[in-house]
Ligand binder design. Structure first.
Ligand SMILES: NC(=O)c1ccc[n+]([C@@H]2O[C@H](COP(=O)([O-])OP(=O)(O)OC[C@H]3O[C@@H](n4cnc5c(N)ncnc54)[C@H](OP(=O)(O)O)[C@@H]3O)[C@@H](O)[C@H]2O)c1
Length: 277
């Protein structure tokens, strides 16, 4: 990875922080995208110290805001003319329906639309840097998800776990349609389940449930393995549009292989992010 440039969202904690550190240890130049400057600076310093790599930078963006995603992409492109790996990792679990500054439901906006918008805004620079890779962190929870176009943002009914599962299904459908659109180019896009990992993702659940989850989960070090594998391994060079668990390709759910839904989701996402205007 010597000198390769990797951008990772949600890099201040959990799986994203370990992935950032591992990539730094492998000699990559890393841009860590975090929403909180204080937490981002602390993680940046820690990774510089532990990896011994000084080519690590922090960019601040709250990915629930489309204006901030545009600002982030502009800031990145003003400074860099290449991007070898985009690792869309930032994610949330939100038990009660909330709206972003753009008036969009937050789980859908952060977990799906932010991946969609940031990737599209950086696509030209990824293409200029090809062979390059887009890695989207999804979840095995996708198998409980549904894409209901009349309830995409929980307008009719919102529950935290279903909304989270739906967004993780959308990650795979987005990856699939993106790979279809990039077919024949040296830019690949793959999705993954990191495993059940002891992180802060379920910090908004009841404390006893959060503790119980932590009892049955693996370390973030193990949880980052498949992200780093898809970002770096020669074994997956040229592989695209696939879903991985434990560093192995795996068939996702039937719903995650529905090309018609993937196309329609792309169109709706274009409208909701203004990318089609
Ligand atoms: N942990 C698991 O068992 C598991 C299983 C399957 C999939 N995943 C997926 O793995 C990915 C990483 O999750 P994790 O488990 O490492 O959780 P985590 O420890 O909660 O980390 C999530 C990261 O996303 C960031 N983030 C959340 N909302 C953001 C926003 N609006 N703007 C910018 N950054 C934002 C968080 O920043 P703050 O620190 O500022 O909140 C944090 O850095 C997620 O996509 C998740 O769905 C996790």
């Amino acid at each position: 990875m010597n000198g390769n440039l990797c951008l990772i969202t949600g890099a201040n904690t959990g799986i994203g922080k370990v992935a950032a550190r591992r990539l730094a240890e492998m000699g990559a130049n890393v841009v860590m995208v975090c929403r909180n400057r204080h937490k981002g600076e602390a993680a940046l310093q820690e990774i510089k110290t532990t990896s011994g790599n000084q080519h690590i930078e922090l960019m601040i963006a709250d990915l629930s805001s489309q204006a901030e995603i545009h600002k982030l992409a502009d800031q990145f492109k003003a400074k860099y003319h290449r991007l070898d790996v985009l690792l869309n990792n930032a994610g949330v679990y939100i038990p009660k329906r909330t709206l972003t500054v753009d008036g969009l439901e937050t789980t859908f906006a952060v977990n799906h639309l932010a991946y969609f918008l940031l990737t599209n805004l950086l696509l030209e620079v990824l293409q200029q840097s090809a062979p390059s890779r887009i890695v989207n962190v999804s979840s095995a929870a996708h198998q409980y998800g549904k894409v209901e176009f009349d309830n995409l943002q929980g307008e009719r009914l919102y529950k935290g776990i279903p909304a989270y599962s739906n967004s993780k299904l959308e990650n795979i459908l987005f990856t699939r349609e993106l790979a279809r659109r990039l077919a024949g180019t040296p830019v690949t896009a793959n999705a993954l389940h990191p495993g059940a990992v002891a992180t802060g993702i379920f910090r908004n659940t009841l404390k006893p449930i959060e503790w119980l989850i932590k009892l049955f989960t693996m370390s973030p070090e193990k949880g980052a393995l498949t992200s780093v594998y898809l970002a770096t391994s020669q074994e997956v060079a040229g592989i695209t549009g696939k879903y991985f668990e434990k560093q192995q390709e795996k068939a996702p759910s039937h719903a995650a292989q529905d090309d018609e839904t993937a196309r329609r989701l792309w169109q709706v996402s274009e409208q909701l992010t203004g990318l089609n205007s």
